[in-house]
Design a protein around this ligand. Structure first.
Ligand code: ZN
Ligand code: ZN
Length: 211
């Protein structure tokens, strides 16, 4: 069974980092580690989880600051869509250059692409490429759960005014690839609270009135 916990490792941005695991096999992935956290590393170890990879929904500064720490701590691959991979090592592209504290992550060790399946024991997590917030933005879907990064939020959608952003692409991604998922799918966003696909289809102000 899929289990997850939510961790805010970077208060200034309130980014939701997610630890996701299979309760049977104890295999786990870490989604968007926003900052180093000895506490979270200790929890992973003390819970007996086997961390398999770090998965990134996109390359912005507030989702990647813990990459180096967790890669070293667990010796795991770092995976991101190829179109966002250059952002990891480029503070201008990951926007940290504009904050006074440049973030340079290790390079990706592999790429996530549309339709790819990541397996944790019997659990399948599917990569959905959802360009719009960034070119290489992805969501991760496993029956009942969607980790939506900065693509879809509770009653909101991601910003499209950063380099690589496109409102047209974001709307298309959400309509065609997310709103086609089961209505009871729990949406776990990169920031803010949880919602469901059904609630967003009906009431998201960027879409609800179009239906
Ligand atoms: Zn972002
Ligand atoms: Zn973000």
């Amino acid at each position: 069974m899929l289990k997850y916990t939510t961790h805010i490792l970077l208060d200034s941005y309130g980014t939701n980092s997610y630890l996701v695991w299979d309760s049977e096999s104890k295999e786990a992935v870490l989604i968007d580690p926003a900052a180093p956290s000895k506490q979270l590393a200790m929890k992973i170890k003390s819970d007996g989880l086997e961390l398999k990879a770090i998965l990134l929904t996109h390359g912005h500064l507030d989702h990647i600051g813990g990459n180096e720490f967790f890669m070293k701590e667990f010796n795991v691959p770092l995976l991101i869509h190829a179109l966002d991979a250059p952002m990891l090592t480029n503070p201008t592209m990951n926007l940290s250059a504009f904050t006074g504290e440049e973030i340079v992550s290790p390079k990706a060790t592999g790429f996530l692409e549309e339709g790819q399946i990541i397996k944790l024991g019997e659990i399948e997590i599917k990569v959905i490429h959802t360009p719009g917030h960034t070119k290489g933005g992805i969501c991760l879907y496993s029956k009942g759960f969607l980790f939506s990064g900065d693509t879809l939020f509770q009653m909101s959608i991601g910003r499209t005014d950063f380099p690589g952003g496109s409102m047209e692409n974001l709307e298309r991604s959400i309509k065609n690839k997310l709103f086609t998922l089961p209505e009871d799918t729990l949406v776990l966003s990169g920031h803010g609270g949880t919602t469901t696909i059904g609630d967003e289809e009906v009431a998201n102000p960027f879409f609800g009135f179009n239906k």
